[in-house]
Ligand binder design. Structure first.
Ligand code: DX5
Ligand code: ZN
Length: 218
């Protein structure tokens, strides 16, 4: 199933509750929440207290993307705050298998994120344990960057692997996705699309999500 996960990183943080409510009333499938620690990535965003504060504004699943060193330290906090999916970067996990088990033990979905320069093969041994793989199509840290075209090959490679093993795993793409490149990304085999600036640039969130989803169906 093809899904859209608007990234609130590009939203107006001064009215986050309202933004979440409006996104919740839209055709969005998930809400993508970018957590950055100023260590693993050169930017700081928000923590579990904010996630907890916005949780009552919608029933849509929260897709929490942890861009933090040693993410194990925070999994319980984000699960308690209401995350439905937690993704961790393979580059931050010395014991990736353990981290994935920690997430799953909370009864929520677990995913792994790969930076643009990290090969798809790096998660071969853990693939069968995952609900989702997130392939970064920009170097994480900021919204509004340009999509890295070599991501398309990684999507095809990963989709082939998943099909060969008859697994049911979502492939999510994050960074620089817009109405002009989204079709190529879906055609390559991705099925969950993160979009930040392409969605929240417009004041009318619901219409912009509706238009973006129409473009995904074409
Ligand atoms: C980047 C974040 C993305 C970001 C995407 O580090 O992980 O989720 O919000 O923003 P756009 O869609 O503007 O590239
Ligand atoms: Zn993200």
């Amino acid at each position: 199933m093809i899904k859209l996960a608007p990234s609130i990183l590009a939203a107006d943080f001064s009215r986050l509750g309202e933004v979440i409510k409006e996104t919740g009333e839209s055709e969005a499938d998930l809400i993508h929440i970018d957590v950055m620690d100023g260590q693993f990535v050169p930017n700081i965003t928000l923590g579990a207290d904010i996630v907890k504060a916005i949780r009552p504004y919608t029933d849509k699943p929260f897709d929490v993307h942890l861009m933090v060193d040693h993410p194990d330290r925070f999994i319980d906090q984000f699960a308690d705050a209401g995350a439905d999916i937690i993704t961790v970067h393979v580059e931050t996990c010395a014991h990736l298998h353990r981290t994935i088990q920690m997430i799953k033990s909370r009864g929520i979905k677990a995913g792994v994120v790969l930076n643009p320069a990290t090969p798809v093969d790096s998660i071969d041994p853990i693939l069968a344990e995952l609900d989702m793989v997130l392939l970064m199509s920009v170097n994480p840290g900021y919204g509004g960057q340009v999509f890295i075209p070599s991501t398309l090959d990684k999507i095809r490679q990963l989709r082939r692997k998943i099909a060969n093993l008859s697994l049911d795993i979502d492939i999510e793409i994050d960074g620089g996705v817009n109405k002009d490149n989204v079709k190529a990304i879906l055609d390559a085999g991705a099925n969950v699309i993160v979009a930040g600036s392409a969605i929240y640039r417009d004041a009318d969130i619901k219409t912009s999500i509706q238009t973006f989803k129409q473009g995904m169906r074409k």
